[in-house]
Design a binder for this molecule. Structure first.
Ligand SMILES: [Zn+2]
Length: 60
């Protein structure tokens, strides 16, 4: 796995607040679904995505 600078989708703000997340692992499936042109750098003040969290905890 590779930790990458935090990023989130330009569409993240349209989700219900409880579901807004950012990603920081390049192996994260939902993170990979965000095309490069839809990515914004930074956390957006959202919480870390659960998949990223798991991957990070597993060292993947
Ligand atoms: Zn993620």
């Amino acid at each position: 796995m590779t930790l990458v600078p935090a990023f989130h989708s330009i569409n993240e703000g349209q989700k219900p607040p409880a579901r807004r997340v950012y990603h920081n692992n390049d192996a994260c499936p939902p993170g990979r679904d965000i095309s490069l042109k839809e990515r914004l750098t930074g956390t957006g003040s959202f919480r870390l995505c659960e998949d990223c969290n798991k991957l990070n905890a597993q060292g993947r």
